[in-house]
Design a protein. Structure first.
Length: 441
């Protein structure tokens, strides 16, 4: 504590107060720095436009420097995993699709693969159904990355890219609506296959999208990559090297932007990805700029995969042949725009009383799944999306737990933010691309 013959001091609610009666002011206060010692706590969220949902960040600031950062989740808890225990196995698709609401097809596919593994029918899934799954997942990956680009651009001041990113995403949502009947939360990928076939009109729309999108990507790069503000806000910002990523369990574009080419589509293939030609983009710097570069490159790779999937679409069924498992996959919309067409309902009811009873029991009660537990992981837009499914032999799951990449990747935020500026918390958090619907499930 500073002592002086010229000034007395005492502590107050406002801090240390000096009463100066003479002498050299610089000498008196040389032993204390009231600004440096003053730290404030700032709550960023849970209602904040840059937290990608209801995420709360508790930041301890020293001036504009972040000294401590803590993530608080749980504000969007939907209880989806618990709800699955009270629905049959097929109804689960309707719940899981709502977790990561920017990647519903991935939620559904991971769940379907887990149920099929428990049933022992993995090899029975038709080639057309598997190809459609790849097609839909890669379109969904593009749409998810476009939302990331749009929202991150907006948070860093690039308003135009926000408009363009959502504009191009609309093309994909229109395709999804043509195929599944819904823009989001489709419940399209189901145990045994997919809900219905891809119509010819959707194939035409996809090819139009593939023809249009490369030009749009070039426009994005012309708009951002050479822009001084964009480079200043992203290069050498929120750095997390590969050692930190592995230690924290970080996967997806964040890990690949640190230089490690870990992609489950290559390292642990599923859905026939081993038969497709594509690269795994990486970047050496592990910063926000690297994550931006990796995601743009992944959009281009996904476009290559979509084109290959279209070329692989061969005529055939889209649901397994086992009628004890297969839900109807030739659904059609009625004249009222809802439900099944009268023609389809008449076909079910007109076959036989036994087929009607079977259909009723399959839909209301569901099929039984042999006892056991499995873990299935796929490469979602944010990283490894894993499903741990447990069956006790009944018609409903005993337990389903998701290894959600948004939840795991949020661990990296303090490592990225502490020691940096509060403005870089926005860029670093956005570069993780968290979706709180996946965290709070």
């Amino acid at each position: 504590m500073t002592t002086s013959n010229y000034a007395s001091e005492h502590e107050t609610d406002e801090g240390r107060v000096f009463t100066v009666t003479g002498g050299d002011w610089d000498t008196i206060v040389s032993g204390t720095d009231p600004i440096n010692d003053e730290r404030i706590i700032v709550n960023m969220g849970p209602q904040h436009p840059s937290t990608h949902g209801v995420l709360r960040l508790i930041l301890e600031l020293e001036g504009e420097t972040v000294r401590e950062a803590r993530s608080v989740i749980g504000y969007l808890h939907t209880g989806i995993e618990k709800n699955l225990e009270y629905r049959n196995w097929v109804q689960g698709s309707t719940f899981v699709t709502r977790m990561d609401y920017l990647a519903p097809i991935f939620n559904e596919t991971a769940y379907a693969l887990a149920v099929e593994k428990l049933l022992g029918i993995t090899d029975d899934i038709t080639e057309r159904a598997t190809t459609i799954r790849v097609l839909m997942m890669e379109l969904n990956r593009i749409s998810s990355h476009l939302v990331w680009l749009a929202t991150t651009g907006m948070e860093l001041g690039a308003i135009s890219i926000m408009l363009y990113g959502f504009r191009e995403r609309e093309y994909i949502l229109d395709i999804f609506e043509t195929i599944t009947g819904l823009r989001m939360n489709h419940a399209y990928v189901r145990p045994g296959g997919v809900a219905q076939d891809v119509p010819d009109d959707a194939v035409r729309k996809i090819r139009e999208f593939l023809k249009m999108m490369p030009k749009k990507l070039k426009e994005y790069e012309d708009l951002l990559s050479g822009q001084p503000i964009w480079t200043e806000r992203t290069k050498n910002v929120a750095v997390l090297d590969v050692t930190g990523c592995v230690a924290l369990g970080i996967t997806g574009p964040v890990l690949r932007s640190a230089g490690l080419a870990w992609d489950l589509r290559k390292t642990m293939p599923y859905c026939g990805y081993e038969n497709y030609e594509f690269d795994v983009p990486t970047h050496p710097d592990g910063d926000v700029w690297g994550r931006y570069q990796v995601r743009l490159a992944e959009i281009r790779e996904s476009m290559k995969l979509v084109e290959q999937a279209l070329d692989r679409l061969r005529p055939g069924p889209v649901m397994v042949a086992d009628r004890k498992i297969a839900w109807p996959a030739q659904l059609a919309i009625g004249v009222d725009g809802m439900g099944n067409s009268l023609e389809h309902v008449a076909k079910i009811m007109g076959q036989s009383m036994e087929s009607l009873i079977h259909h009723f029991k399959l839909v209301t009660e569901g099929f039984r799944v042999p006892p056991g537990q499995v873990y299935v992981a796929i490469e979602a837009p944010r990283g490894e999306l894993g499903v741990h499914a447990v069956s006790d032999g009944g018609t409903r799951p005993y337990r389903v737990h998701y290894r959600e990449p948004s939840f795991v990747n949020l661990q990296a935020l303090p490592a990225m933010a502490e020691g940096g500026l509060i403005a870089d918390v926005i860029a670093g958090g956005a570069s993780l691309d968290p979706v709180m619907g996946g965290c709070d499930r």
